[in-house]
Design a protein around this ligand. Structure first.
Ligand code: GRF
Length: 190
């Protein structure tokens, strides 16, 4: 069995989809070795309810160092799912191609420091873009700069609100993230 570790900070709806996809073998031959958070959050409760091993590591400069100490050596993929801390450059460089993130817009637009949560959707709406979506990408030292693995798009319609856009993007995320995790772990092309 391949081992993945999921990093979370928030609601954990993507984590929930990953848990279910591992259970129903949409993500094949894989177990979630642990769920780790940088703050108390609902995602941790979801992980506990699923009987997974959880860790709460303090936020701040030592986060990456502490993570490295407890990360199982045979972790095949580190999956960021609504994780809000920035992993150190040194940490990212030790695991090239093994850390992935999901971002709620079409990178390289609407990414970078401070672009998370509602702020992303707000920027998309204010820009007048006709399309938004999500990006799954490798994590490198530069925030939201790692190479893009997959994207999915949705239309930004007349009268679109923060709430409706966030819901649409979330629904796309829930479909695509488990598929891409399975592809990466089991060597399929997306
Ligand atoms: C998602 O929109 C993801 O793109 C972003 O954070 C959000 C996490 O949502 N990185 P959830 O915690 O999985 O519900």
């Amino acid at each position: 069995m391949k081992k993945i570790v999921v990093l979370v900070s928030g609601n954990g709806s993507n984590l929930q989809c990953i848990i279910e996809a591992v259970r129903n073998r949409q993500i094949r031959n894989t177990e979630i070795a642990a769920v780790m958070a940088d703050r108390p959050c609902y995602a941790l409760k979801r992980a506990e309810a699923a009987g997974l091993q959880t860790f709460l590591l303090p936020r701040g400069t030592a986060f990456s160092e502490n993570l490295e100490k407890i990360l199982p050596k045979d972790t095949a993929l580190l999956v960021l799912a609504g994780f809000l801390s920035i992993l150190s450059a040194g940490f990212c460089e030790k695991f090239p191609g093994k850390i992935i993130n999901i971002h709620p817009a079409l990178l390289p637009k609407f990414g970078g420091k401070g672009m998370w949560g509602e702020k992303v959707h707000k920027a998309v709406l204010e820009s007048g873009e006709k399309q938004s979506g999500l990006t799954i990408h490798f994590v490198t030292a530069g925030i939201d700069e790692g190479s893009i693995i997959a994207q999915a798009t949705c239309a930004v319609q007349e009268g679109e609100t923060l709430d409706t856009l966030a819901k649409k993007v979330h629904a796309l995320e829930h479909q695509l993230y488990p598929k891409i995790i399975d592809n990466l772990l089991n060597n399929n092309t997306p």
